[in-house]
Design a protein around this ligand. Structure first.
Ligand code: SAH
Ligand code: SF4
Ligand code: F3S
Length: 446
């Protein structure tokens, strides 16, 4: 008995900070469950942690700098009397490997994106005082067997990784170098996990991958992404299905058909265009033209007239002229994005575009970004205003900051705040939209 008490009191604390995309968020969830077998429990405070892991991103220079400044702050913690293990995982770890030990001498652990499954044994080694680093790339067959299973944590909405890696090599992008080649998870495993999630009360799943619409294309005998969606839609208990991210060139007509056929599939598509200019799209190696992109959007709108389209744009790509940029703005108007993530081009080591001559000044790029964002503010508000007076199905996620209100998301992924009982959490309710803001809606429970 005493021993049991001791083991509870001595539970080790794990602090994880996630810097990257939804895939990284999902990987952090996997780390938490893998480290349970070593008796680590999550904590929100780095100063009380026995193990600190930074799950890193290097998509743009800013993301990378954030990680290094956080490592700088953590140095003092390492200097304090208490022993704490400091580890770096994710995309910077994959790219840098043990070179990170040189840059950050007080680091104990480096594990790349293909080494997640090794985390428990690496942490054991670090507990013995060893310094360990792993950033090998694994072959696809091995990786197919290593997709983490669902960790039995419940919740209303969960991520399900269906594929990882990217073979597209857009000329600006680091992802193919840090996530490796595309590999799809076996559909039987995905469906088994989602069935179990549904039984445990999960109502919404978001299928994740760097490029979900090439799911299954390299796996003979497996369904394609549209086929996978159709099977997920048959699972009782799952009421909403989302997915991200899609590449326009692989947006097949069978996938577009899913938006007219599958009621559970939310009316939202995140389809990054990156630019509205054919010249720039070609230099980006995106594999589609502006016209082809707009044709896919038109087909999606035909399949689901109220579909919310969101996207990503890069401004200041090397060689982008004022004319190229104005084509990006006009594409935004034509699509009528509900929302947009926009970034100034950031040169990434190893990528082709890092060697392209870049004639624009920083100021010109920032100025274009701010014009683009102003345009998007107007489009987002207009889209939200068009919803005023409509009735929306909202999946309740939690309590709003304003007391007496709760919030949830529409199928189109807009946040709606409305006055209601928090006991509605996890339910899909009908809400009438009464006011629109740039980033959210105000509603009334029906
Ligand atoms: N797999 C996703 C994108 C992942 S990266 C897709 O293909 O859509 C998320 C976004 O970051 C990209 O869509 C792009 O807009 C942006 N991005 C990627 N590399 C970048 C770079 N070097 N500079 C600026 N933005 C970049
Ligand atoms: Fe990067 Fe392009 Fe792959 Fe997306 S599709 S992850 S932007 S290389
Ligand atoms: Fe960043 Fe890696 Fe995701 S570079 S965007 S965390 S795949």
């Amino acid at each position: 008995m005493v021993l049991e008490g001791l083991s509870v009191n001595s539970a080790k604390k794990l602090y994880i900070e996630t810097f990257g995309c939804q895939m990284n968020v999902n990987d952090s969830e996997t780390m938490v469950s893998l480290l349970k077998e070593l008796a680590y429990e999550p904590t929100d405070s780095p100063s009380s942690a026995d193990l600190i892991i930074l799950n890193t991103c290097c998509i743009r220079a800013k993301a990378e700098q954030k990680v290094y400044s956080e490592l700088g702050r953590l140095k003092d913690l390492k200097r304090g009397g208490r022993r704490v293990i400091l580890g770096v995982g994710g995309c910077i770890a994959q790219q840098m490997g043990d070179r990170l030990f040189k840059r950050v001498p007080y680091l104990d652990l480096v594990f790349g994106t293909h080494s997640l499954h090794l985390l428990p044994e690496m942490v054991r080694a670090a507990e013995r005082g060893e310094r360990v680093s792993r950033n090998d790339f694994l072959d696809s067959e091995t990786r197919r067997d290593l997709f983490p299973r669902w960790d039995a944590q419940s919740g209303i909405s969960r991520f399900v990784t269906v594929m990882q890696g990217c073979d597209n090599f857009c000329s600006y992008c680091i992802v193919p170098y840090v996530r490796g080649r595309e590999v799809s998870r076996r559909s039987a495993e995905i469906l088994r996990d989602i069935r179990e999630m549904a039984e445990a009360g999960v109502r919404e799943v978001t299928l994740l991958g760097q490029n979900v619409n090439s799911y299954g294309l390299k796996s003979p005998g497996e369904p394609d992404f549209a086929g996978l969606l159709r099977s997920v839609a048959e699972i009782d208990g799952i009421e909403r299905i989302r997915f991200t991210t899609s590449h326009p060139k692989d947006m097949s007509s069978s996938l577009i058909d899913c938006f007219s056929d599958l009621e559970k599939l939310c009316g939202h598509i995140h389809l990054p265009a990156q630019s509205g200019s054919d010249r720039i799209l070609e230099r980006m190696n995106r594999g589609y033209t502006r016209r082809e992109y707009l044709e896919k959007i038109a087909a999606l709108k035909q399949a689901r007239p109220d579909i919310a389209v969101t996207g990503d744009m890069i401004v200041g790509f090397p060689g982008e002229t004022e004319d190229d940029f104005s084509q990006t703005l006009s594409l935004m108007e034509e699509v009528g994005y509900a929302d947009l993530f926009s970034f100034v081009f950031s040169a990434r080591r190893e990528t082709a575009a890092a060697k392209y001559p870049d004639g624009l000044t920083r100021r010109e790029k920032e100025e274009r970004l701010s014009r683009l964002q102003k345009c998007q503010d107007r489009l987002s508000l207009a889209r939200n205003e068009s919803l005023v007076g409509t009735c929306q199905e909202v999946l309740v996620e939690g309590e709003s900051r304003r007391s007496g209100q709760i919030f949830g998301r529409t199928g189109g992924n807009r946040i709606v705040n409305f006055a209601a009982d928090p006991a509605l959490m996890g339910r899909i309710v009908s809400v009438r939209i009464v006011r629109a803001f740039r980033n959210s809606l105000l509603g009334e429970l029906l």
